[in-house]
Design a protein around this ligand. Sequence first.
Ligand SMILES: [Zn+2]
Length: 208
Amino acid sequence: MDWHFRSRSHQCNECEAAFEDEQPYHTILFRGMESLERRDICPGCWIKNHKAEPGKIDGYISNWQGVYEVPPPPPPEAIQKDNAETLLKKMIEQNDPEHTEACFILAVMLERKRVIKNKDQVRQPDGKRMLIYEHTKNGDVFTILDPALKLTDLGQVQAKVAELLEHGLNPQTETLPEEETGEGEAESGSAESDDESQPEVAAAADKA
Ligand SMILES: [Zn+2]
């Protein structure tokens, strides 16, 4: 699968001219030797090399125009807790087919919040729909497979996403049923009261 972030280039990938803040550029997404690749192109190179026939590039998938923004400085403090954005990024990097549905729901959530934008959708040879997203601020591009969720499965997947957002992406918490931890606490509670009664029992035994 092509689940990798493709970050926006800071220069034209053809003439190597640096992009300036708020200048337009074009992106071509194509299937490279091993995975999905992107090429970011300045308006001059676009007109000269691609405008007439953007699809002539080998493995062509899609193209769009964007506006380059100088990246903001990194946030002052490291954000520890996962939010929808960091969780999605982690799951995409893990590339686990088990997370296909959760990734899709997160992408829909983030699109609603305008954190990411859907740039295109491509029907794959196997009939599945591949959605191409771009991060509105930093221009990262990634793809999400449409799991073609049934309405009846939606609640279950949403619950899983809510759980992932609360507890983070930790495989151990996924397999651990919540009830068990509850029982464990109850047991340790009763064990404590047993301990308290034992000195009395021991004292009684001494007296006898
Ligand atoms: Zn150029």
